[in-house]
Design a binder for this molecule. Structure first.
Ligand code: UFG
Length: 341
């Protein structure tokens, strides 16, 4: 199938492009490099079976997007393009609402205009807020959003549920709630490109190991967890990418059954910040310079997925371990230092 991938040069998008191409689909990358770099597209061409299409465009530019859809005639859309920094969204909420909600509306309207049957939406475990019970399942309650970023994901999901009610036969979509995506393609050719100082744990660790950051601060050591540091469900970005291929294939197989399905995408178990740091030290053979600091406002003490639904319906489960993801993230960081780009 011809699949439009908005944000296809971004972190999760680029790995999904590789997974789609290598599963026999034709990815149509749409990205304006606001959170990526043009060299990623060249790297994707070398990693993909067949040459993916590429268009430089802002998903908020409706006319330009219409021109791309007209030319490329996609049969499915995977919509990644969105801002994702929790802290920045608190400081600049309008930027998040305009971009994340505005681009989704454009893409959904174009989906209808061009009669594109399949749609996959990038959501986040952030919709669960502070969960009452662990692990969280897809039926766990959606809690009040902790940030404008989180609210844009809740709004996006609600828009898809409303569309399903309004016009079920033309509205088939999958909502994927990502837990904590980390790692990089094992080739070291693509990976995460944080803008400025990383907010997320793993890029902060690899940049500290590479000498770009002086020291990692572990936010909080007094959580009610076995070692006092916060627990998350880390998932290798290639596992996550492969889940998108399953989602698109499943939508195509279930063509007749309209609906909007939600899936948790996680490993189904949690790791503490301390465990992540120690595993990184093991795989890299380095001692990481870190200290403990206060809790980060807005952080939940622990969250991890029940991912049984993805296994049962999509036939998907993680294949890679935390240590694989950290090794690949470190490999990517080192390649990035070596190769002038
Ligand atoms: N952490 C540190 N030091 C750092 C960075 C992070 O100790 O320098 C800790 C955090 O406090 C947290 C854990 O590492 O306990 C993971 O933090 P990340 O920022 O990597 O990930 P989050 O779980 O905070 O955020 C992720 C996604 C968001 C999503 C959120 C939902 O990045 O997009 O999960 O909970 F909204």
């Amino acid at each position: 199938m011809r699949i439009a991938v908005t944000g296809g040069a971004g972190f999760i998008g680029s790995h999904t492009v590789v997974a789609l191409a290598n599963a026999g689909h034709h990815p149509i990358i749409i990205d304006d490099f606001r959170n990526s770099k043009p060299f990623i597209v060249g790297r994707l061409e070398s990693l993909c079976k067949g040459k993916p299409s590429f268009h430089e465009a802002d998903c908020n530019d409706r006319d330009k997007m219409a021109g791309i859809f007209e030319k490329e005639q996609p049969e499915g859309i995977i919509h990644f393009a969105a801002y994702k920094a929790v802290g920045e969204s608190v400081r600049e909420p309008l930027k998040y609402y305009r971009n994340n909600v505005g681009s989704l509306l454009n893409v959904l309207e174009l989906q209808r205009q061009f009669g594109i049957p399949y749609f996959v939406f990038s959501s986040s475990c952030t919709v669960y807020g502070v969960p009452d019970e662990l692990p969280v399942t897809e039926t766990s309650p959606v809690k009040k959003a902790q940030s404008p970023y989180g609210f844009t994901k809740q709004v996006g999901e609600q828009i898809l549920f409303d569309l399903q009610k309004a016009a079920s036969e033309s509205a088939k979509s999958v909502i994927l709630r990502y837990f904590n995506p980390i790692g990089a393609h094992p080739s070291g050719l693509i990976g995460e490109l944080p803008l400025g100082e990383p907010e997320n744990l793993v890029p902060y660790i690899t940049q500290t190991a590479a000498g770009i950051r002086e020291q990692l601060t572990i936010f909080g050591k007094d959580y009610e967890t076995p070692d006092g540091t916060a627990i998350r469900d880390y998932i290798h970005v290639m596992d996550l990418a492969e889940a998108h291929v399953r989602a698109i294939d499943w939508l195509a197989e279930k063509r007749s059954e309209a609906g909007t399905e939600v899936f948790n995408l996680g490993a189904g178990s949690g790791s503490s910040v301390k465990e992540v740091v120690e595993t990184f030290e093991d795989v890299s053979g380095l001692k990481l310079n870190y200290r403990y600091g206060p809790r980060r406002p807005g952080d939940v003490p622990a969250i991890y997925a029940n991912a049984d639904k993805a296994l049962k319906i999509l036939g998907w489960a993680v294949q890679r371990k935390l240590s694989d993801a950290l090794r690949d993230a470190w490999n990517w960081q080192q390649q990035l230092q070596k190769l002038p780009v």
